[in-house]
Design a protein around this ligand. Structure first.
Ligand code: MN
Length: 247
């Protein structure tokens, strides 16, 4: 109830209700469950394909984490990722995701499948707290992968923060040869300064601009602007959430 009051702009009050109790119970359940989920192999990755629109060829996949809870079924990432970021479990989850994706890429390669690269989502909190560059270095060498086959996706929020620690980590990743990508581009912050400052390789147009691109001229204009800007900077562009011919 106290947090609810604080979120409501402070200097107010809130009673503890059944609803609040339920939400707190669920949070606690997810929190304790997530601690075991990694060890008990309840997390798994889905791989979303990225296609080169001119050739129709697969250029890579994005690893997306999911949680199959033994009793509660599939728990969507929106329910456990923000919580994991708050309580620090994201470090463990992030490490598991990176290791699993690298191992899968090595397996595909050994089996002769043409999967050029894999993208991994890294949380700003993970970047701030742990040495992501040294984790990636270990994984790349363990699975004997070319560093350019690994992309690290960051949200804009991670970059705008301008934390020295995060920038240092990005430079180290870049030195390793890992590619850097900006996720959900155009949704978070309007500052474009970081596009100049940081060693990026790819922008991902957020799916909210893609969904109605055939119908909405504004969305089309935004997508075109992002494309033009990315190309002048030498970045490649990935459009998220393509499902129809028109998109
Ligand atoms: Mn992503």
């Amino acid at each position: 109830a106290m947090y609810q009051a604080k979120d409501g702009g402070k200097n107010t009050h809130h009673f503890f209700t059944d609803e609040l109790k339920q939400a707190a119970d669920e949070r606690l359940k997810i929190e304790t469950g997530l601690r075991d989920a990694v060890e008990k192999n309840e997390l798994f990755l889905l791989y979303q394909p990225q296609i080169d629109i001119t050739t129709g060829r697969l250029i890579g996949v994005e690893a997306l984490v999911r949680w199959q809870h033994p009793n509660d079924g599939l728990i969507p990432p929106m329910k456990f990722i923000p919580m994991a970021e708050k309580n620090g479990l994201i470090d463990l989850v992030g490490e598991w995701v990176a290791a699993t994706a690298c191992r899968q890429l090595a397996i595909w390669t050994a089996q002769g499948h043409q999967v050029p690269r894999v993208s991994i989502n890294v949380s700003p909190d993970q970047l701030r707290r742990t040495n992501v560059a040294s984790l990636m270095r270990r994984l790349l060498s363990h699975y004997r992968l070319d560093p350019t086959r690994l992309l690290v996706e960051l949200t804009e929020g991670a970059l705008v923060e301008n934390a020295e620690r995060i920038q240092q980590m990005l430079r180290e990743l870049k030195t390793l040869g890992v590619q850097l990508s900006i996720d959900d581009f155009g949704t978070g912050y309007s500052s474009l300064a970081y596009l100049r400052r940081l060693p990026l390789d790819e922008l991902k147009i957020d799916k909210s601009f893609v969904a109605d691109i055939g119908l909405n001229p504004d969305d089309r204009a935004i997508a075109q602007t992002i494309l033009a800007m990315a190309h002048t900077r030498g970045f490649s562009v990935v459009a998220e959430g393509i499902e129809t011919e028109e998109q």
